[in-house]
Design a protein around this ligand. Structure first.
Ligand SMILES: O=C1C[C@@](O)(C(=O)O)C[C@@H](O)[C@@H]1O
Length: 237
């Protein structure tokens, strides 16, 4: 049995509170997290020295709050350049405490050992896709959603820089279309905040904000602000 069970079956848009530093992880509790988000993301790539020194003691005090573990690669947003093997080891070390893990869609084929370990532990995974420069074409988004679906991900997530109002509506149109897999979308940059509300209204299953003071992507709301706003929206069908 996984440490916490998690699924995207519920149609409600959930909020992931993302930790950008280990001091914030240390200062939060399950109760304080419950006030802000539905699941908490621990970016192992951002806290690696502390993780190496303390292992799971860094987050044990947060149980039973659901935890999402991510070890992001450099090309999809990490300031650090851990190789696939290093990131696979980080994720495997966290699976016992995970409700969900994140693997980049493009790395799914080189992370099969992590996917097998997650499957064996009953922990679902989300396939992610980031573009910090622009909104990928509709064709690229569809292709990555298909990779996610075929690799057995529980959901497909895309975070992309939005440059124009057309980008904003294109992302929302992608979100609201049927993809045979739950989808989470969000913009980055100056249109990020409004995009995160619009995409949630269009059915984004997992919506990211930051916990503490450090953003983990450009333009995030705080997780609490984001969740409060999402809760006051009506789904758009
Ligand atoms: O993939 C995501 C989404 C994100 O990039 C964002 O745009 O909020 C933040 C990352 O920490 C997370 O892993």
């Amino acid at each position: 049995m996984p440490a916490q069970s998690f699924s995207f079956k519920n149609p409600i848009s959930l909020v992931a509170g993302s930790f950008g530093d280990s001091q914030t992880i240390a200062s939060e509790t399950p109760d304080s997290l419950r006030q802000q988000c539905d699941i908490a993301e621990i970016r192992l790539d951002l806290i690696f020295p502390e993780f190496e020194a303390k292992g799971s003691n860094l987050w044990k005090h947060l149980h039973p709050f659901p935890l999402l573990f991510t070890a992001r690669c450099h090309s999809e947003g990490s300031p650090f350049d851990f190789n696939t093997g290093e990131r696979a080891e980080m994720l495997k070390a966290a699976i016992a405490d995970a409700a969900l893990i994140d693997i980049e869609a493009k790395n799914a084929s080189s992370m099969t050992s992590v996917i097998s370990a997650a499957n064996a532990a009953g922990v679902p995974w989300i396939a992610s896709y980031h573009d910090f420069d622009q909104l990928p074409s509709r064709q690229k988004l569809e292709t990555h959603a298909e990779i996610a679906r075929e690799a057995g991900a529980a959901a497909f997530k895309c975070a992309a820089k939005l440059r124009t109002m057309d980008d904003l509506t294109a992302l929302a149109h992608f979100q609201i279309s049927e993809h045979s897999i739950p989808v989470a979308t969000m913009g980055m940059g100056v249109l990020a905040p409004v995009s995160r509300l619009l995409c949630a209204q269009a059915g984004s299953v997992l919506n990211y904000g930051y916990v503490g003071k450090t953003e983990t992507a450009p333009g995030q709301w705080s997780a609490k602000q984001l969740r409060d706003c999402i809760h006051s929206l009506h789904p758009f069908h």
